[in-house]
Write a protein that binds this ligand. Structure first.
Ligand code: CA
Length: 301
């Protein structure tokens, strides 16, 4: 009896110690998730919770947002809401040196431009002109990650959070102006959140590292500067390598052509209708005129 009791006590202690050690050696699976989630910057905690609530995998979202390259840039949203297209100078794209580079780029990628033109009917000169105006033929693809810019806008829906970054003219707003600006912030934040979701899906679907996808200040990506939602809708895997990579000339040029065709580009379209289609790319008449002027200059090789 004594021996049995002694054995019981020893066995119990053994099991207890075993449990403790096993707990220490093998943390529950969820610990790795909460570990990564704990590293998500505080400014993005609510955003990541929303993404998980909207159906994204928690582990994936925490992995994305706990990466050291993720950061909040409070200056993005103020730029978005004060952005004035008319203030941009498009005439620089008509400079001789740029036209010369566009011609060279076209020659270097002529087989792609020709094949895409055959399939979608968009003149190669128009496509190279858009690449020149959008990213200077891939020279400028953005200085920060699309993820950071979109996430920064998505969380900046509150005027008080971004007001110190607004231009001086926005400092003394009337209550009516303030309400209007606040409404605009909310709407842009909602838009950025939706684009952020598209970016996550785009990178995952195409096996691209989201922490390497550079974007414009407003989150446009690739040589053709598509918003992620358009990358999902109009992206074409033209070189048939199994992924839509908008940083690859073949995919970018074909995706752009697909987009323009969708918005009504046809052969023998009159200039006024061409302008209308190009404005779907960027809602600016000076932009559309510049694209056609560059195309005309490039065409005269
Ligand atoms: Ca591809």
């Amino acid at each position: 009896m004594k021996k049995t009791f002694f054995h019981l006590v020893v066995t119990s202690i053994f099991i207890f110690v075993l449990c403790l050690s096993s707990h220490a050696q093998k943390p529950p699976v969820d610990d790795s998730v909460s570990g990564a989630c704990a590293k998500v910057p505080a400014v993005f905690r609510q955003l990541t919770a929303s993404l998980v609530k909207d159906g994204f995998d928690q582990e994936e979202i925490c992995r994305i947002f706990s990466h050291p390259s993720v950061r909040f840039n409070p200056k993005v949203m103020p730029r978005k809401v004060t952005h004035k297209e008319a203030a941009l100078h498009y005439e620089k794209f008509l400079e001789k040196s740029r036209i010369k580079r566009a011609k060279k780029y076209l020659e270097r990628n002529r087989h792609i431009f020709d094949e895409v033109e055959k399939e979608y009917g968009i003149p190669k000169e128009v496509k190279v002109a858009i690449l020149l105006v959008e990213t200077d033929l891939g020279r400028y693809l953005g200085s920060d990650l699309a993820l950071n810019n979109l996430a920064s806008m998505a969380v900046a829906s509150d005027l008080d959070k971004v007001k110190s970054y607004l231009p001086a003219s926005y400092k003394h707003l009337s209550p009516k102006e303030r309400a209007k600006l606040q409404k605009r912030l909310k709407s842009k934040s909602k838009w950025a959140y939706s684009e952020l979701k598209s970016l996550i899906i785009y990178s995952k679907t195409n096996g691209l590292d989201i922490h390497k996808i550079k974007g414009s200040i407003f989150g446009a990506i690739g040589l053709c500067q598509f918003m992620p939602s358009n990358a999902l809708k109009f992206g074409v895997d033209f070189n048939k390598d199994g992924k839509v990579d908008l940083f690859d000339p073949a995919d970018a040029i074909a995706s752009m052509a697909n987009y323009l065709q969708h918005y009504g580009w046809k052969p023998d379209l009159k200039r006024v209708s061409q302008i209308k289609v190009i404005k779907h790319y960027n809602h600016s008449t000076p932009y559309a005129n510049t694209v056609l002027e560059v195309a005309k200059k490039v065409g005269h090789i």
